[in-house]
Design a protein around this ligand. Structure first.
Ligand code: 6PG
Length: 476
């Protein structure tokens, strides 16, 4: 056996990961259920490095140095369990199975426990960066045992994206921690994309500008604080003319956003943990809403004139308002995402380092952005930061942005342009900083109809008012 690491599942992501490994000098065992893919990989890219192809899983396993390290890159869900079912009987204690698919972290926890009983390490690993990232350097988020990382770390850190000489890969924590962090990454990706889309829509409505003109605005933003992969490709997509019609590409694409489900998982888990990730939730629901074509058509007919005309007096001021509102809303989305990671880490006892997580998102992944460096600094300086909004750099941006944020959300509301993520981020900010919340009334109502009790501001204890009786208060 000569191969240092193996990859089974050679669709585009697996294929590119295998090539990345080989290009970095590792000897890579490769296998795919249908052998054509294995053959074409070796035929087309065999000169990039050392591949050891196998047509059977048994030969593949036998071609690997021990302890074996095997990357499984198949569709998340049942296909993963099917591969594990075949693979596990061929392995020996100490071997490492790495699942690089977008698995749900709860599945990863279950699989980790099952493989541990066979003496195997199961390492659920988040990989972000799409096809290009897999080939040229993704962001890699491995969970699993610390022991497995001693073998995997040097390999993954080598093939990951590098920022300032630091690899975008680190051990996140035990069992499902890596897939959990990847899940929240995707949730933030949803929020970020929704905010960008709303900013585009507002610019389009407020300026009566076309996509090509708005592309230039995004291009400008990408040279400042907002610099990020998503802003960069937004400019690219907006400037793109449709090949068939010559019209702006965004105008020929159906406005129904799809999803594979990782954003939904993020929201579902946040509900369980009680973490208000309102930006991610709005973004996820905005995608669902966009897909309800029949309802939308009916409502469009019924309420055609419900908005008010909108014209912007000063173009530059408005563009700057939208930029500041976008930045502030984006800070809220990231603050919420990091709150979610902290809560998950506590709930599942993972010990996740928030600054470290920001560090490995600086490059390779879809949400890579200049300001992740600021997030890293914020959590490195103060790991117990109550919310990212309080870190000086972010607090300044949010405070400076508040007037713009309010103008943009108010203008959008008046004009009838939906900006759910902008509006909900602002509401989150205002709720967090509110002196008193109407939650007190909610408590009163709960006590009134269901004797659910409440706490007082002036005394310790739990109380109930005898609403149907003499309205005196009793200790509950
Ligand atoms: C990444 C992405 C990727 C995700 C796609 C599509 O980090 O490379 O998050 O993992 O699968 O972005 O996601 P949706 O289909 O849910 O939009």
């Amino acid at each position: 056996p000569t191969a240092q690491i193996g990859v089974t599942g050679l669709a585009v992501m697996g294929r590119n990961l295998a090539r990345n490994l080989a290009r970095n000098g590792f000897t890579v065992a490769v296998h795919n259920r249908s052998p054509e893919r294995t053959r074409s990989l070796v035929a087309e890219h065999g000169d990039e490095g050392a591949f050891v192809p196998s047509e059977s899983l048994a030969d593949f396993v036998a071609s690997l140095e021990r302890p074996r390290a095997i990357v499984v890159m198949v569709k998340a869900g049942d296909p993963t369990d099917a591969v594990l079912g075949e693979l596990v009987p061929l392995l020996e204690p100490g071997d490492i199975v790495v699942d690089c698919g977008n698995a749900h972290f709860a599945d990863t926890r279950r699989r980790e426990e099952a493989l541990r009983e066979h003496g195997l390490h199961f390492v659920g690993t988040g990989v972000s960066g799409g096809e290009e990232g897999a080939l040229h350097g993704p962001s890699i988020m491995p969970g699993g045992s610390a022991e497995s990382y001693r073998k995997l770390g040097p390999i993954f850190e080598r093939i990951a994206a590098q920022v300032d000489g630091v690899p975008c890969c680190r051990h996140i924590g035990p069992d499902g921690a890596g897939h959990f962090v990847k899940m929240v990454h995707n949730g933030i990706e949803y929020a970020d994309m929704q905010l960008i889309a709303e900013a585009y829509d507002l610019l389009r409505a407020g300026l009566s500008a076309g996509p090509a003109e708005i592309a230039e605005i995004f291009r400008g933003w990408n040279t400042g604080e907002l610099e990020s992969f998503l802003i960069e490709i937004t400019a690219d997509v907006l400037a793109h003319p449709d090949a068939a019609t010559g019209r702006p590409f965004v105008d020929v694409v159906r406005d129904e956003a799809e999803q594979k489900g990782t954003g939904r998982w993020t929201v579902q888990n946040a509900l369980d943990l009680g973490i208000p990730i309102t930006g991610i939730a709005e973004a996820t629901f905005a995608r669902s809403l966009s897909g309800h074509a029949e309802q939308r058509a009916a409502a469009r007919r019924a309420f055609a004139d419900a908005g008010q005309p909108w014209w912007v007096e000063n173009r530059d001021t408005f563009v700057e308002d939208v930029r500041r509102a976008l930045l502030a809303s984006k800070i809220v989305a990231y603050a919420q995402g990091f709150d979610h990671i902290r809560a998950g880490s506590r709930e599942y006892d993972w010990g996740i380092d928030l600054g470290g997580t920001a560090t490995i998102w600086r490059g390779g992944c879809i949400i890579r952005a200049r300001f992740l460096d600021r997030i890293r600094e914020a959590y490195d300086a103060r790991p117990d930061l109550p919310t990212l909004l309080l870190a000086p750099w972010f607090a300044d941006r949010v405070s400076d942005g508040v007037p713009s944020w309010r103008r943009v959300v108010a203008d959008a509301a008046r004009a009838g342009v939906p900006a759910p993520a902008f509006a909900s981020s602002l509401a989150y900010f205002d709720a967090l900083r509110a002196e008193r919340l109407p939650a007190a009334l909610i408590q009163g109502l709960r006590d009134n109809f269901g004797a659910h009790t409440y706490h007082r501001v002036d005394r310790e204890g739990t109380f109930h008012t005898l609403w149907a009786g003499d309205r005196s208060e009793v200790s509950a």
